[in-house]
Ligand binder design. Structure first.
Ligand code: NAP
Length: 259
């Protein structure tokens, strides 16, 4: 599909692996100059080379922790005027809310709520001036159907989602959209972490927890990162300017509700 965004610039946070990498691959595949990010510089460079070879597009790496002010400043120095911003970071740890103190909560909020809000604040006015902007927050299916062991994620991501629901209605008249993409279970390193947490909470093996998660998903499988990347590409496309403030689940039909 021609997304109509060739020559645009995109910051894709936390994109050396997994879902962020898949988004970068899709956007680069449409001729977007992608600025990719991760903390491990060696893995980031390897991913950059993979994207260059697969797409022929320009790829700039920014190795840093996006959840820190210094990290965000480094990303914005490399790309001060992005047309596209994909907000992403690692997910918070699984666990029991009785074990979480204030510092644990602040870390989750910093990572999965305040970091994307800070980045939106930094780039949205430039997008409005230039009359084009696509902001996509990678959140979680847990925003719609909370997962007990992911309480930190449920809380922080719901805060971001509520905040963006308001702002998204103020920017769309200038062709700047803000939407959430809500992954269900996808084959990435993160799902292994979540499954380990679920296995521990249920007192079952990780293998059994994985089989259970797959068997109870209507698709009978986990998602492939490229399926997620394709949805991100559509939300960033030139013709998606009438879609804003939405939260789109990509979960194999796992969420049982009509809407
Ligand atoms: P992943 O495969 O583990 O990849 C995470 C990526 O983020 C890596 O490139 C990692 O690189 C980077 N990263 C993590 N923390 C970072 C930080 N502080 N600063 C910069 N880069 C950072 O995870 P994923 O499955 O793609 O998940 C992406 C997001 O979707 C997460 O928030 C996750 O919780 C959420 N999610 C995933 C699923 C799923 O099934 N996969 C389901 C629901 C929600 P470095 O480690 O080198 O920094």
């Amino acid at each position: 599909m021609d997304l109509g965004i060739t020559g645009r610039k995109a910051i894709i946070c936390a994109s050396s692996k997994g879902l962020g990498k898949a988004c970068a691959m899709t956007l680069a595949g449409d001729g977007v100059h992608v600025f990719i990010n991760g903390r491990n510089a060696a893995i980031l460079e390897k991913t950059a080379q993979e994207i260059r070879e697969a797409t022929g597009s320009e790829v700039t790496t920014v190795a840093c922790d996006v959840t820190t002010p210094e990290g965000r400043a480094k990303i914005l120095a490399a790309c001060p005027d992005p047309d596209i911003l994909i907000n992403n970071a690692g997910g918070p740890p699984t666990g029991n809310f009785r074990d979480w103190d204030r510092d644990t909560w602040i870390a989750a909020l910093d990572s999965n709520m305040l970091t994307p809000i800070e980045l939106i604040k930094s780039v949205v006015d430039g997008m409005i001036e230039r009359k084009f902007g696509r902001i996509v927050n990678i959140t979680s299916g847990a925003v719609k159907a909370p997962i007990n062991v992911l309480g930190l994620s449920n809380g922080a991501r719901s805060g971001l989602t509520g905040f963006c629901a308001g702002v998204a209605r103020t920017t769309v008249k200038d062709n700047v959209t803000i939407n959430g993409l809500l992954p269900g279970p996808f084959e990435t390193d993160r799902i292994a972490e979540v499954i380990a947490g679920e296995a521990k909470a249920k007192g079952i093996s990780e293998e059994d927890a994985r089989i259970y998660r797959m068997a109870t998903n209507p698709a009978g499988r986990f998602g492939r990162p490229e399926e997620f990347g394709a949805a991100c590409g559509w939300l960033c496309s030139a013709n998606a300017g009438f879609v804003t403030g939405q939260n789109i689940l990509i979960d194999g039909g796992n969420y049982p509700g009509v809407l």
